[in-house]
Every structure is written in C-alpha cells, then in structure tokens.
Design a protein around this ligand. Structure first.
Ligand code: PGA
Length: 253
C-alpha cells in the first residue's frame, strides 16, 4: 500500500442492527482498534448516528451515513439532507452505492447532485462505482466505470477532490461471497486513478483514496490491501461483527 495515502477501512452496516447491538458493537470495537493507524469509519443507519457519535467521541472511529438528499431542507418527506448530517457531526457519507442505484433507481445525475450537496457541507464522500455481472460479461466494465466517474464527479472542482474517496464495488461481488480477484480489483482501481489523472491531474490522482468493496473479509483483505492502487476497503457483511471487523482493520500487509 502506498504509505503516502492513509489506508481507510469503512464499515457499511446497511439496514442492520438494533440500538442495543449498536452500543455493544461499538463498545467492543473501540479497545480492539485503539492503536490502528488506519482511518476507521463506521457508516451506520441514520437512526443510530447520534448514539454512535456519542459512543465513539473519545475514540479513533469516525461516523458516516449511508445516503443523503441533495436539497438542504423543505418538503421532502422521509429524506435527510447533507446539511442535517453535518449538523449531527457526521464526517462521511456513502453515495452512489449500487443498492441505492439498483433498488432505489438513483441515476448518475442524482448521485452527482448528492455529491455536490455533501461536498458543499464539507462532508467527505465515499463515492461508489462498479459494474454489474451483465456489464462485465458484455465487456463494458471500463465504459461503465468511466461513465459513472464522469457523471458522478461532474462540476466538481479540483480543490474538492480531497473530500472524495472512491470505492470500486463490482455489483456481482456485493454480499455474494464472491470477491473480485486481486488482479481484477487492482486493474479497475488503477484505471480509476488513471481516469482521475486525466480529469484533473496526476498529483490529484496520486492523492486519491481508492477502496475496494464486495465480500471483503479477513481471508482476502491482506492481499487486496497490499495492491498498489487499493487504499482500503468498504466492508458490508464483515463489518457487522466487531471482532471480525477489528481483525480486518488490524491486518498487517
Ligand atoms: P459486502 O458489502 O462486504 O457485504 O459485500 C459491501 C458493500 O456493499 O459496501
């Protein structure tokens, strides 16, 4: 891993856990990861943000959300704005996750609006891109990723790029137990870095944190994290168990 970039391990709880489980998970995780030099992020459901912030206040764990709406306030029943997240002390937000794109029909255009709103509120964005199995089979993976990057980052200024983390999450690997091979993951992460270099410049591309996500667990994390263009992981299933998550955070490469 490039030592100039601080590795990031982000957990994505999705729609899981109860308030009680949230408390016991965080209390179990904190002592296990105190000496970690990695950036540790826990993206919890909206309803647990306040409690998670309180429980992690004196720790090295940062709290993130899993989505936000692009308008600041108003008649948008059921939505939560980037502004509201910021006011709650949230530092990160996952945007463009494939479950949002596929289940909730979020387009690249909407993802871009959300990214712009989050950046405006000074939130750091974990911007997800990735191809479906069908797209991979049709050999259009690079095209799909390029399109997601181009549209997702549309109008984003170079100085805002330090608020963006890109997560490459092949849709076919999410929650399936099927991980991309290290070479497949590295190939796309390196393509993402090259593309950022073309959109902006090499320096910006070299500073960009690029994560891999999709069935990442203790047995494959070492190898994935040791690849030159993979700076960390966005972890779903394996982030639901504090011990397993801590083992990934603490794994040496
Ligand atoms: P997974 O989820 O680790 O369970 O595959 C990753 C994600 O969706 O962010």
């Amino acid at each position: 891993m490039n030592k100039a970039r601080i590795p990031v391990i982000a957990g994505n709880w999705k729609m899981n856990k109860t308030p009680f489980e949230t408390k016991s998970f965080i209390n179990e995780l904190i002592p296990l990861v105190t000496s970690s030099k990695r950036e540790i992020i826990l993206c919890v459901p909206y309803t647990y943000i306040a409690k998670a912030k309180e429980l992690t206040a004196l720790s090295n764990i940062k709290i993130g959300a899993q989505n936000c709406y692009f308008e600041k306030s108003g008649a948008f029943t059921g939505e939560i704005s980037a502004f509201m997240l910021k006011e709650m002390g949230v530092e990160y937000v996952i945007l463009g996750h494939s479950e949002r794109r596929n289940i909730f029909s979020e387009t690249n255009f909407v993802v871009n609006k959300k990214i712009m709103a989050a950046v405006k509120e000074n939130l750091k964005v974990i911007f997800c891109v990735g191809e479906t199995l069908k797209e991979r089979k049709e050999n259009i993976t690079f095209e799909v990723i390029l399109n997601q990057l181009k549209n997702g980052l549309n109008n984003l200024k170079k100085e805002d790029l330090d608020k963006i983390i890109i997560a490459y999450e092949p849709v076919w690997a999410i929650g399936t137990g099927q991980t991309a091979s290290v070479n497949e993951a590295e190939e796309i992460c390196s393509f993402i870095r090259k593309t950022i270099g073309e959109f902006y410049d090499i320096n910006t591309a070299n500073k960009m944190i690029i994560l891999y996500g999709g069935s990442m667990n203790l047995s494959n994390s070492k190898e994935l994290l040791s690849m030159p263009n993979i700076d960390g992981g966005l972890i779903g299933g394996a982030s639901l168990d504090a011990k397993k998550f801590a083992e990934i955070i603490n794994c040496t490469i």
